[in-house]
Design a protein around this ligand. Sequence first.
Ligand SMILES: *Cc1c(COP(=O)(O)O)cnc(C)c1O
Length: 526
Amino acid sequence: MNMVNVGRPTRPEGEAPQDPGARRSLSGGRGLLQDEPLLFELEGWDKTGVDFEPAEHDASDLAGLTREGQIGIPGLSEPEAVRHYVRLSQKNHAIDLALYPLGSCTMKHNPRLNEKMARLAGFADLHPLQPLSTTQGALKLMDRLAHWLKTLTGMPAVALAPKAGAHGELCGLLCIKAAHEAAGNGDRRRVLVPTSAHGTNPATAAFVGYSVTEIAQTEDGRVDLADLAAKLGPDVAAIMVTNPNTCGLFERDVIEIARLTHAAGAYFYCDGANFNAIVGRVRPGDLGVDAMHINLHKTFSTPHGGGGPGAGPVVLSAALATFAPAPWVVSGPDGLTLVEEAKDEAAQAFGRMSAFQGQMGMFVRAYAYMLSHGADGLRQVAEDAVLNANYVKARLGDLMTAAFPDGPCMHEALFDDRWLEGTGVTTLDFAKAMIDEGFHPMTMYFPLVVHGAMLIEPTETESKRELDRFCEALRLLAAAALAGDADRFKGAPHLAPLRRLDETLAARKPKLTWRPESLSSSGEAA
Ligand SMILES: *Cc1c(COP(=O)(O)O)cnc(C)c1O
């Protein structure tokens, strides 16, 4: 049985191998990788990996509540458990294996130095309730990180606590809501969001209780100023604009966007998830931004994906700074301390985003990244990220159709599926065939405004050699698609441990519990 509603056999029963290279092995293994069942399907329910002496006193205080059946955890030896997880990890892609071209994700190299710093006992073993006299170093690091974030963005304040980009959006909108309420403008109920926005933007606005109005996009992929001006009004609380936007384009009219927004009495929330493209080059504060989250796990590099860990500090303009959530670090007579209570300078703080200070491990990684790059190195991050994306765009632009061919892109090269018309191959087919070539697919079908979108973000991590290998593989595939070899694509991936999953069914009806037949009959399995 599987965790999701997908068949595990690598090839549907009875289906003939489509090429000799994809012939199935006798055992389900493949190229030194064994087929891996679920942990719960492994043998050993009556076994244990540890060897305890029987307890001398086994009287229980639980009265009649002591468990009598099996606990429902397979008993494995250490090598069995280790191999299970290592085998599973080998079925996954990782940035340490190859380029990870997912657009809008900034999957860059995670320097080992960051990991080493984050594991220093003084950071890794901290407890958030330790006396502040014992955590001065950590507070100093938070204070320095805040200083760097404010300097890089040209903004006077930052809230470090949010734990992801989406959490940062929530923090920013709650600041904006608090500011409007403090000014007697609590009746502003609408947030404007461009059609190309990341899904978290409208979701956050709705979560805060705002209604969302879409702003149209111009032919060349930017915010339509006329539409923005028409939709701004006395009921608008904020706009949420990503810059560079999710089409990988700089919002040319960003200053005018800010001016129109402020003239209408609304705030400018900028989704800063794409800060990697402009770090060290552009300060959002100079553009008129009022609040922007920074995905430390993207721009400032940590392993991310699969749900965490993340950190989404929010920088704030002077107009919003007093509404920032607690806590923040201040210097006092006894060294650094935290402002925790809604009084004095924090009297207008809207509340808190999390129980404690945020993701300390992420703060350490991001700060290590900043210090090891220096100001000039961070600037080069943005320059190289943009150069790499433009290289990809140029190398593939003769075979694939760039969604916005005119002018350079920023950190992402966006293609659409016009070039696949008549080939019988879809964006999905093309992406799946990339897996057979050893490359993780790019972001597909996002942004939604571009038909059959393929969004490639190479990041500054990749050398020209790696980019060439990637582009060569895509060129071979593109040529095969254009030559009418649709069969190669339809069944792809042929060589992956799992092939096409029913992703919709898996997302809508995930099987989150496993019930062994033997235990479910006695009602013991959870
Ligand atoms: C990644 C991303 C987000 C959300 O960030 P999380 O840390 O995943 O919550 C929001 N907007 C854009 C444009 C992004 O790329």
